[in-house]
Structure formats: C-alpha cells, structure tokens
Design a protein around this ligand. Structure first.
Ligand SMILES: C[S@@+](CC[C@H](N)C(=O)[O-])C[C@H]1O[C@@H](n2cnc3c(N)ncnc32)[C@H](O)[C@@H]1O
Length: 279
C-alpha cells in the first residue's frame, strides 16, 4: 500500500501515521505486519547500527514468558497480572502463558497506543478473565482507577509488568518517582517485573558506545524518545522491593530455559531484566 493509502487507513482507525509508534516498530522487530512508512524508517535506522535488533525483541518476549510462567506456576501461584505497555498482540501473550497454568488467572493489559487499542483489544479480550484498558503509564493514579484495572483484587498479591516500556519514558516524566506510586499500591506478596535498555558504561565499553549511538537514533526519530539507563538508574525503579535471584541481569542470564546454543550479540546485551518481591 502507498503512503497516502496508509494515511487513509490510519485516519479511519484514529491513528497518526506521520509519526512512528514504538508499539508498531517493536512489532516489526518481532516479524509483525501492522506498520506504516514512518515505522519502517525508524526500524531501518536502528537496524543499520544493530542488525540483530530482531533478536533483542525476541529475547524480551522470551524473558517475559519465563517470568509469567514462573509466577503463574505452582511454585508461586499468582493469579493476577497487570501488564502495562503491553504492545500489539503477538505469539504467547501474557494471558496465554498465565492461563495455561491457571485458566482463571486475571490479566489486565494497558497501553496508550492507538494501534494497540484498534487492533489489539479484540484479541486481548478473548475471554472473561482478560481485559484491556487505554491509559498512560506516566499517570499511575489515573491508570489504577480505570474500570479494567479495578477488576484486580488489590487485597491479594499480583504481578505488575513493565516489560520494555520505561526506556520509552523521558527523565522529565520521573520514572523512578511514578514507579514508587505503583509499588505503594501493590499488596504485600506482589511482584514487579521490569526489562529496560541498559547503558553498561565501563562494564562493557563497546556496548556503551552502541547504547549512545542507538539512543541518539531513537531520540532523533519521529518517535522522539528512548533512554539507555545505567544499572543504578534501572535498579532505582525497584525501590522498596527485594530483587529475587539472579537480580538485575542481562535477559539471557535470567533463568534461561536451557543451554546457550548461540553467542549473544552485543545489542542483545544492552537490556537488563529483574523481578522483585514486595515483602
Ligand atoms: C517496546 S513495546 C513493549 C511491548 C510489550 N510490553 C513487550 O515487552 O513485548 C513498548 C510498549 O509500551 C507502550 N507505551 C509506551 N509509552 C507508553 C505510555 N506512556 N503509556 C502506556 N503505554 C506506553 C507502547 O505503546 C508499546 O506498546
């Protein structure tokens, strides 16, 4: 479809096709097809520096699946999940993984992207225990007050997921500050899962250089956001919680499913994941 045709389709669905959307660009890295010219331009700009970008997106999804499977499984047995910045539907969505372990697990997805709202809602709301809300994660009070989130029982443990979301939030929005609001709202016994782009600094100098280059490209794109934060900055997002083993680590090092069969590329190393417990 030509760009003008795409703009027509976008307008019909209430989507501004002149700017890239991280939900659609990320979906491209996962092999999805719901994208417009502005998204493809960002995708190509990033692939030019980090051709293994697709592997990063897949690592992120695999990490999320391992986290949800662990928490929904018999060992922990949590049955409430709040997946914020959930993205476009893909293979093995949070509710599919959680409900495979417990068919009655409640999953609430939240995103503020028009494409996710337009195309995702029907798929995400495919059963009575799965819900979708449109809300901006930078405003925890409003997000937590949506009727869909209110379906969760805040007197029982739940899992709050911020998977590959907070690095799209600028420092001015104070992610550590608003994450404290979410953590305060969580009942005791809950968990917080975060994956976040990482600038390794002196720990991995070639990774530091790539993180700086990628951050500049994301920020200069029509999306205008993207932050590779330090380990200390990411750790701050878990303030007040206890990180469970193995702590805040590269995604492929977080309870891998089995032996590593290929080398992890540099760009794949530039994201950390952690799971923390609220005593
Ligand atoms: C990289 S995607 C990650 C999707 C999914 N969490 C995953 O890990 O596969 C980032 C998602 O966060 C959403 N997002 C970004 N900023 C947001 C905001 N301020 N409020 C709500 N969602 C936001 C985007 O629309 C997008 O769907």
């Amino acid at each position: 479809m030509g760009i003008e045709g795409e703009a027509g389709v976008g307008a019909a669905a209430g989507i501004d096709t002149s700017r890239a959307s991280i939900a659609r660009v990320y979906d491209m890295f996962l092999g999805g097809k719901d994208n417009f010219a502005a998204d493809r331009q960002v995708y190509e700009t990033i692939q030019a520096v980090a051709p293994q970008g697709d592997e990063v997106a897949k690592s992120i999804r695999r990490w999320l699946i391992r986290v949800v499977r662990h928490l929904a499984g018999f060992e922990v047995g949590i049955d409430q999940f709040l997946d914020i910045g959930s993205g476009l539907p893909t293979v093995e969505n949070t509710h599919e993984v959680a409900q495979r372990n417990n068919a009655e697990a409640t999953v609430v997805y939240v995103d503020n992207d028009a494409t996710v709202a337009a195309y995702g809602r029907a798929l995400m709301e495919e059963n009575d225990h799965t819900h979708f809300a449109t809300s901006d994660l930078r405003d925890p009070a409003a997000l937590l007050a949506t009727p869909q989130v209110a379906k969760l029982d805040f007197d029982r443990p739940m899992v709050l997921i911020q998977c590959a979301t907070l690095h799209h939030i600028d420092d001015e929005a104070d992610p550590a500050g608003f994450m404290k609001h979410y953590v305060d709202a969580l009942p005791s016994g809950s968990y917080l899962a975060i994956s976040h782009w990482w600038d390794p600094g002196d720990e991995l100098p070639e990774g530091h250089r790539m993180a700086r280059e990628l951050e500049q490209r994301w920020r200069e794109s029509s999306m205008g956001t993207g932050r590779y934060r330090t380990r200390a900055e990411i750790a701050e997002l878990f303030a007040g919680l206890e990180l469970v083993e193995p702590g805040l680590v590269e995604l492929n090092d977080w309870w891998p499913d089995g032996p590593r069969l290929r080398e992890t590329s540099l760009v794949e190393r530039l994201i950390l994941g952690g799971l923390a417990y609220k005593p």
